[in-house]
Each structure stands twice: as structure tokens, then as C-alpha cells.
Design a protein. Structure first.
Length: 388
């Protein structure tokens, strides 16, 4: 029997939806998933399915016939097409109005500029003269190019290293759908997952340090080794965004931190890879927050309940030279205080197929960092990162 939240609909059926369904199971909440395949990860746990891609507004209309509360696995949704469904009896979380500036990186950048929130200098690609291309005044190569829609895990981005690379980009993409960013010198990458409920109350997971390989998250350390002022600055930026958008739901912010201070790199209007550690390490995970807010249940605190946690992504390995899958998984599960999450995907090389979180024991920051490095080495001996 479902709880007072009723049945919740999720647009998208990947691993984020899977972990939301697992959180719902602990609260006795039924979940129906809109996904393109009955082989998608969330279908192993969901109570029902509406067949259709996340971009299929007609499938979302069918989903609404079976539940009033709808949330999203990712931001690749047709916001304008869904507006026809956005009536008083339907509760999208986040709302379509608050999602609209966030589903496109160009509108994200404009919003950050309007709010005077620091982010990398940028220019829309269609502002570059295609006949005589040149960088904006004061810029130097290399620069980063990003697609406005659909980029993730390094897809939809490329480094533009010289004038010829810029000319090639201009001739090979739809210029109105791309932007250029000035190169940012930074010392660390940080991330913060926050939530805001219907009453305007904001809750936050701890600020974390993220490490990337080829623009794909490799591992996450929670909490980040940081001073209180840095944590407060990140929280204040997030709170400003949530409040200005009247945003109700879970949001993740990725930051650069370096000589220019703290800068917002990207915003994800959803749960996020950098918050997976919270399933075991916090009093309420990012998925529990999403579930309670979407279902209008009381939203608990999201405090860290252990000294820290290390989350390591597992990317698919080539079968050639790899140990059998079950042997690798068993070796990871044998690590003390480890928690393995396997997404049930086919192990395609380079694809995210799972993650492992290890709860840390050391209370002091430097010792905890050393503990995490030792565990990371142990995990990577079992499951190397194929992008190294």
C-alpha cells in the first residue's frame, strides 16, 4: 500500500530514477516511471511504466493519468510542450517556470549574470563572426565550447585550442545552440546539492570535492576540505538561486575554486552524481529529499551522520583483460564500510554502470583525506578508471 504521498511519476528511467525508486520503497511510496525501454535501470524497482522517452510530452500526459505528482530525472524535457499539462491539479517538481532558465546553458549564463553570481566569462557562439572569427577582446586560446542542450559526462563540450579549431566548430554545429567560455584557472572543483521545499525552507548536503577524468566524474570526497567561509559562500549562492527562481525540488551546483574565487560552472536542476554519497552518509539522501518534496511529505534534515565518505564511479571496462564482473563486484563489497550500487546496465566501456561509497572514520580533515586516498587506490586496483 502506498503512503499518504500517493503515487509519484518520474520522467526518465536511468540510475537517478532507480535510486529515487529505492528511496521511495523505504517510505512505502509507489513510483511510476516514464522511460523508453523496459530494460532501463529504474524498471527493476518501479511499480509501473509509461513507455516513452523523457522528451515525449504525450507520454507525460499518460503518466499524469496515473499520478498527480511528477518529478524529473534530468533536464532534457520539452518544457514548453509540457505547459499544456501544467494545470492546477498537476504538481511538477520543480515547476516548469523554475526549470525554464536552467534547461539551456545559454539561459543559465544569462540568469547568473542577471543575479551577479560569479561564473566563467562567456559569449554565445552566434555572436562570433563566421566570416572573420576572433575571440572577444582580452580572451586567449584555449577556450571551452559547450552545447546549450543535452551535454553530460564530457559530451557536448570541446576544447577550442586555436583559430582553426574555432573555424571548424563554427562550420560544424548550429551556432545558435552553443557558447564559448573563457578558460578558467582553478585549484579545485567543488559541488553542492541543495533542496527547497514548498514552504521555502532550504536544506543542504555538505559541500564536496569532485575529481574528473576527461570531464567525467571520477570520485567525490565528502565533506570537502574547506574553510567555513567557502562553505557559506557556496550555500549563499545556492540559496540565492533557489529563492530567485521560487524553485521547489533538488538542485546541484558545480563550482570552480581558484585565484578568481568561487565560480559557478554548471547548474543541474535535479539529483546529481556528486550527491550519491548521501544515501549512506546523510540523515536524508538527495533522493529522499526529492521524494519528500515531490510527494509533499515532511522533509527531514540532510545532515552528515558520519565523519565523511568517499564515492567512486564505476565505468564500464573492456572485457579484454578484465576480471569477471562478479569477482570485481565481490571484491568491492569486501572492502570494510563499503556500499556498492550496481545500476543493472550492460557494461559498455566508459559508461557509468555503478558506484561504490565507503564511509570514512577519521574525524580530522587531513587524516580523512589520507584515508580516502588509500581507499581510492584500493578500489582502483579492483576497478580501474578506463579514462586514465
Amino acid at each position: 500500500m502506498a503512503s499518504a504521498a500517493g503515487t509519484i511519476g518520474v520522467v526518465g528511467g536511468g540510475q537517478l530514477a532507480l535510486m529515487l525508486c529505492e528511496a521511495a520503497k523505504t517510505r512505502n511510496v509507489d513510483v511510476i516511471v516514464q522511460s523508453a525501454s523496459d530494460q532501463d535501470p529504474a524498471m527493476a524497482v518501479a511499480q509501473g511504466q509509461v513507455l516513452g522517452a523523457a522528451s515525449d510530452a504525450a507520454a507525460t500526459a499518460e503518466l499524469l493519468k496515473r499520478c498527480q505528482h511528477i518529478t524529473f530525472e534530468n533536464e532534457w524535457i520539452p518544457v514548453e510542450a509540457l505547459r499544456a499539462l501544467d494545470s492546477d491539479g498537476v504538481l511538477f517538481s520543480p515547476s516548469l517556470d523554475s526549470l525554464l532558465p536552467l534547461v539551456n546553458k545559454l539561459s543559465q549564463r544569462r540568469m547568473l549574470d542577471d543575479l551577479a553570481i560569479p561564473s566563467p566569462a562567456w559569449v554565445a557562439l552566434d555572436e562570433i563572426n563566421t566570416d572573420s572569427p576572433a575571440l572577444p577582446s582580452g580572451w586567449t586560446f584555449p577556450v571551452m565550447a559547450k552545447a546549450a542542450h543535452g551535454g553530460y559526462d564530457g559530451k557536448g563540450t570541446c576544447v577550442v585550442s586555436d583559430l582553426k579549431s574555432l573555424q571548424d566548430l563554427l562550420s560544424s554545429v548550429s551556432v545558435e545552440d552553443w557558447l564559448l567560455e573563457a578558460w578558467v584557472t582553478y585549484e579545485r572543483e567543488l559541488a553542492l546539492v541543495v533542496s527547497r521545499d514548498q514552504h521555502g525552507r532550504i536544506r543542504s548536503l555538505p559541500l564536496v570535492e569532485t575529481h574528473q577524468k576527461n570531464q567525467v566524474c571520477d570520485w567525490v570526497l565528502a565533506p570537502a576540505q574547506s574553510e567555513q567561509l567557502l562553505e557559506a559562500t557556496a550555500y549563499n549562492i545556492a540559496a540565492s538561486l533557489l529563492t530567485s527562481l521560487n524553485y521547489v525540488g533538488v538542485m546541484a551546483l558545480e563550482f570552480f575554486y581558484g585565484p578568481a574565487g568561487l565560480m559557478v560552472n554548471e547548474i543541474a536542476p535535479r539529483t546529481h552524481n556528486s550527491g550519491h554519497f548521501s544515501i549512506e552518509a546523510c540523515s536524508s539522501s538527495q533522493f529522499d529529499q526529492q521524494l519528500c518534496i515531490t510527494g509533499e511529505l515532511p522533509v527531514p534534515a540532510s545532515d552528515l551522520v558520519v565523519p565523511g565518505a568517499l564515492m567512486v564511479n564505476l565505468l564500464g571496462l573492456s572485457s579484454e583483460g578484465s576480471e569477471p564482473l562478479q569477482s570485481r563486484l565481490a571484491a568491492l563489497e569486501a572492502i570494510p564500510r563499503s556500499h556498492l550500487h550496481w545500476y543493472g546496465k550492460q557494461e559498455v566501456p566508459g559508461r557509468k554502470v555503478g558506484h561504490v561509497t565507503v564511509l570514512l572514520k577519521q574525524a580530522e580533515s587531513d587524516a580523512r583525506g589520507q584515508e580516502a586516498q588509500s581507499l581510492l587506490k584500493q578500489i582502483r586496483e579492483v576497478w580501474p578508471n578506463p579514462l586514465h
